[in-house]
Design a protein around this ligand. Structure first.
Ligand code: ATP
Ligand code: MG
Length: 159
């Protein structure tokens, strides 16, 4: 399905923003120009939902979650960042492994199965993109993923 990525992303952010009970601020850094991507919208929604839920889980009260994307060659580069506890450097790639969770204490208190990012990685790769994390311990975490975008607006151009 070809969708306008800006709108698709904003809808998901809106849904979290309307239902959140935490005192976390959302900051949107989205381009004015519209971009189209060919995606499985259910799967991409699941991916983004998990990344945002993780960001919320690890956000302190009064924290900020930033949402943005930029264009790099033929890809959109999407980023979701929080200023939570962060992830140690040596675990940055392992968080995308099945059932991997950074520490048991964290896992116990936060719930979840440790599958979210493993599924996200499979889905992003199936869409021809990549996903990775950058983090500074005690400062926060940013999850990035890329998606190839459609160079032409193919939606409704001729009908
Ligand atoms: P599930 O998503 O299945 O409910 P989960 O959230 O623990 O469980 P993942 O989403 O795969 O699993 O995340 C894997 C681990 O990576 C988490 O358990 C956590 O230790 C770490 N992690 C993920 N996102 C963040 C983040 N934004 N800040 C700090 N740690 C994170
Ligand atoms: Mg998760």
């Amino acid at each position: 399905e070809v969708v306008e990525f800006n709108r698709f992303f904003e809808r998901i952010i809106d849904r979290f923003e309307m239902s959140k009970s935490q005192t976390v601020e959302f900051i949107r850094l989205l381009p004015e120009q519209t971009y189209f991507v060919e995606i499985d919208t259910d799967k991409l929604t699941q991916v983004i939902d998990n990344i945002i839920s993780n960001a919320m889980k690890y956000s302190p009260d009064g924290g900020y979650i930033r949402f943005g994307f930029t264009v790099q060659d033929t890809f959109l580069k999407v980023m979701i960042s929080d200023d939570g506890m962060g992830i140690p450097k040596e675990n940055l790639t392992r968080i995308f492994d099945r059932f991997y969770r950074v520490d048991r204490a964290r896992a116990r208190s936060m719930g979840g199965t440790g599958l979210g990012l493993a599924i996200a990685k499979e889905m992003i790769q199936a869409h021809g993109g990549q996903i990775w994390a950058e983090s500074e311990e005690g400062q926060g975490t940013t999850i990035f993923f890329t998606l190839p975008y459609e160079l032409e607006d193919e939606v409704g151009e001729w009908d």
